[in-house]
Design a protein around this ligand. Sequence first.
Ligand code: PAF
Length: 290
Amino acid sequence: MKLAETIAQVRDIVKQWKHDGKSVGLVPTMGYLHEGHLSLIERARKENDRVVVSIFVNPTQFGPNEDLDSYPRDLEHDMALCKGAGADLIFHPTPAEMYPKSFCSFVDMDVLTKELCGLSRPVHFRGVCTVVSKLFHIVTPDRAYFGEKDAQQLAVIRRMVQDLNMDIDIVGCPIVREPDGLAKSSRNTYLSPEERKAALVLSRSIFAGKQLAEQGETDATVIRNKMSEIIEAEPLAKIDYVKIVDLNTMQQIPTLDRPFLAAIAVYIGKTRLIDNFMMTQLSNPGGVKS
Ligand code: PAF
């Protein structure tokens, strides 16, 4: 496994791979890898001849009062995990390599980025779209892998690729959870033992909402109320949002009559965590209770 810190190094390596007829999978990450990331790398390993993992804490997707400086970092440990999961190349650029002083071009998106996390993190998706499109241009992958935990991010990236005619397959991979249900996240490391216990309200709320939808409940308000009630019972939890949106537009829907995303963002103490469930195949597509 190789480590590249410059764009030129990555381009040289990938050029040779392409010359040899190899397919390339990219797993973009911000490092501090966990089993969720490893599932993406392992999937990329199965589906491509070569696998690149980018590790870059992207400053443009953090707002002024967010956790850019405290975001956990451990390159050595990440490299060992990447090697174990079968990565061929790690791209670990400096912020100056990705954003030289003269940098002034951004990729912005309307509609999909204005709901859910976009409301409380107004610059976030502009930063994500910008860095991901830069990574796509640098690595020129055939496929790129993203976790479904960041469901809005996945939808935004799919739309960017479609709108800007990028010839890359976007592969979404299922949420990986701790044995007690908490979705894996690099930000879980911020939680104190007491907060870690309290954080279980996220998955409890998701599982309860999903169960109602699977039982045929089609009223989004009924499901949202149940999910909110579970979170509100935990004194350490503060809801940012509990919403049910059209999976393609990210706009709120009153009735579960189309593929949808039920998404939550909750502060546990100072740590903001997200979780979700999606349904693409509806048992009752007319949205009428039987
Ligand atoms: O999901 C993440 O870790 C980041 O948003 C990504 C896609 C690597 C872009 O910085």
